[in-house]
Design a protein around this ligand. Structure first.
Ligand SMILES: [Mn+2]
Length: 333
């Protein structure tokens, strides 16, 4: 399983496994609006760096709290937010699960030293000085786990748990099409390394704050089926979040309820989010069977993602945005 677009900037997992323990200082970062894989990756690598005696800090773009189901992850104390931090030449940046610099920081990426880009998004722009992109990997934590195995690097229960969170969330609890035999093997090995599978399940899926449930109810209450039921759309306004007492991050995962409806091929959820005081629209797209590649639609709006899951930002009105999405989906059905 090698990267699909190899070039001079390609770096193998073996090379990363050899390089990592020799680092003096690293900055670890992942994409904005982090999901379980992004947070699992940065937590795992930060915990690993601590074990290896590497000075490290974690940066995640944006403001606000992370989705509440991930609060239990260790290694996320003191995460840097806001603009991408200035890096000195002796600091290597490890950018994880991030398809493009646009998902990293508005101010762009300026690394004086090396920038190691490790990801599994098909549409990764290879922005690093060194790139390891493997779309076959179920999660970016799978790539980190392979680095740990190849290098014989330390793996304790905390690191294993962070890696497992990325795997279980990016595979939809081992049920999406990306759930490979390797993903199951990795899960088994992580369980042997100390992951309490049931405890993680309860933390991730049975610990939903009431405001998130109320937010989901609002999204479902506004549900519209378009294109004969092939497209499910809904939206959440800033006011909805205020009314139910939900943080913006509580909008994560709500789209999955739209995708599950019989006959739906594509689900779209639009959320209002504040960005430095101005309201922007965040669009999430899901494809049920991959017959429509939602990453291609997200690209039209300057976003990106996978065949089955993609996202973008927009600044139009919600009705106009939904109509345009409908046209784009219609053209691809
Ligand atoms: Mn991922």
């Amino acid at each position: 399983m090698s990267p699909i677009t190899a070039d001079d900037s390609s770096i193998s997992l073996e090379e990363i496994a050899e390089r990592l323990p020799q680092e003096k200082r690293i900055l670890i970062a992942a994409h904005e609006n982090p999901d379980g894989d992004a947070l699992g990756c940065v937590a795992a690598l930060s915990l690993l760096a601590d074990k290896l005696g590497i000075e490290n800090s974690v940066y995640l773009p944006g403001e606000g709290s992370f989705p509440p189901e991930y609060e239990f992850l260790p290694g996320l104390e003191g995460v840097l937010r806001g603009d991408f931090p200035a890096l000195e030449g002796n600091t290597t940046a490890y950018i994880l699960d991030c398809a493009s610099t646009g998902r990293l920081s508005k101010s762009g990426l300026e690394c004086a030293g090396a920038c190691i880009n490790i990801d599994h998004h098909q549409d990764n722009t290879r922005f690093g000085s060194h790139n390891h992109i493997d779309p076959e990997a179920a999660s970016t934590t799978e790539l980190l786990y392979r680095i740990i195995k190849i290098g014989g690097l330390p793996l304790d229960a905390e690191i294993a748990t962070a890696l497992y969170v990325g795997l279980v969330t990016d595979t939809g609890r081992f049920q999406y099409a990306n759930t490979s035999p390797a993903a199951h093997r990795m899960a088994a090995e992580l369980q042997e390394a100390g992951v309490d599978v049931n405890a993680v399940y309860r933390r991730l899926y049975e610990n939903v704050p009431l405001p998130k449930v109320l937010l989901r109810a609002r999204a479902l209450g506004r549900l519209e089926l378009r294109l004969g039921g092939a497209l499910a759309v809904s939206w959440l306004l800033s006011q909805d979040f205020k009314d139910v007492g939900a943080d913006e991050s509580y909008g994560e995962g709500i789209i999955d309820g739209l995708r599950a409806i019989r006959g739906v091929k594509i689900a779209a959820l639009i959320r209002e989010q504040s960005n430095n005081g101005t309201v922007v629209l965040k669009g999430s797209l899901r494809s049920t069977d991959g017959s429509v590649n939602v990453a291609n639609i997200a690209h039209l709006f300057g976003g990106g993602g996978h065949v089955l899951a993609a996202g973008f930002s927009a600044d139009s009105g919600i009705p106009e945005l939904l109509d345009r999405l409908e046209q784009e989906v219609k053209a691809r059905l």
